[in-house]
Design a protein around this ligand. Structure first.
Ligand SMILES: Cc1cc2nc3c(=O)[nH]c(=O)nc-3n(C[C@H](O)[C@H](O)[C@H](O)COP(=O)(O)O)c2cc1C
Length: 191
């Protein structure tokens, strides 16, 4: 028997990403985002939803650039901290013990300590309500060499990403691998 839970943001899992921007003075800032996801393959793009009240909102809109930084479970404390304080009130990179590095291709800083970094150029924004959806074209991906697998792509075991579960207000690391994706299609083709 299903129970209706009403109009709530209860999908899972949500990523824990940290978005990097520069403010008007060129000060690097970071904020935690859980309302986000890959939203297009060609061109490769990512979407994040920000409240207008965040400092990041104006910084991102003015510079038309941001980075998406994927923290490891080992950096959960830093990722949480930058989600509860504002760059309006001081240097969040310093507060969280993180290092800002200028991106190569966009006007935004990335987080050196986090293993996976996406440089994004703002292409679209849609005001939805409390949140505005920003779409960024991914113009480069950087990854620590240690987290790359034999195929040259980042692995779950290397990156150790984690998720935010809104109903429990908690973070969960990714669990075990349960099997290959598109397996049904492969079987289909083989037949
Ligand atoms: C786990 C977590 C997820 C969050 N996700 C979002 C989000 O998707 N969108 C948003 O606007 N704020 C989100 N926040 C809140 C912002 O990170 C927070 O308001 C932050 O202080 C904004 O920083 P800024 O003012 O320096 O931009 C989240 C916070 C946490 C801890």
């Amino acid at each position: 028997m299903k129970k209706s839970l009403g109009r709530k943001t209860l999908a899972m899992p949500s990523p824990v990403w940290v978005v990097g921007t520069y403010d008007d003075a060129g000060m690097p800032n970071v904020m935690t985002v859980a309302w986000g996801g890959i939203c297009c393959s060609k061109p490769p793009a990512v979407s994040i939803a920000l409240r207008e009240a965040t400092y990041t909102y104006a910084c991102l809109a003015r510079r038309r650039a941001f980075t998406v930084n994927v923290p490891s479970a080992a950096h959960a404390d830093a990722a949480d901290l930058v989600g509860v304080i504002s760059g309006r009130d001081g240097d969040k990179f310093a507060a969280a013990g993180l290092t800002a590095v200028a991106s190569d291709l966009v006007d935004a800083p990335y987080v050196k300590e986090f293993p996976l970094n996406l440089e994004c150029r703002l292409t679209e924004s849609v005001k939805l309500g409390l949140h505005t959806l920003f779409v960024g074209e991914i113009v480069d991906v950087k990854a620590d060499e240690e987290v790359l697998g034999h195929d040259g792509y980042p692995t779950v075991d290397g990156v150790r990403p984690f998720t935010f579960v809104v109903a429990e207000q908690s973070y969960y690391a990714l669990g075990e691998r349960i099997g290959p994706a598109f397996a049904a299609k492969r079987k289909d083709t083989a037949a």
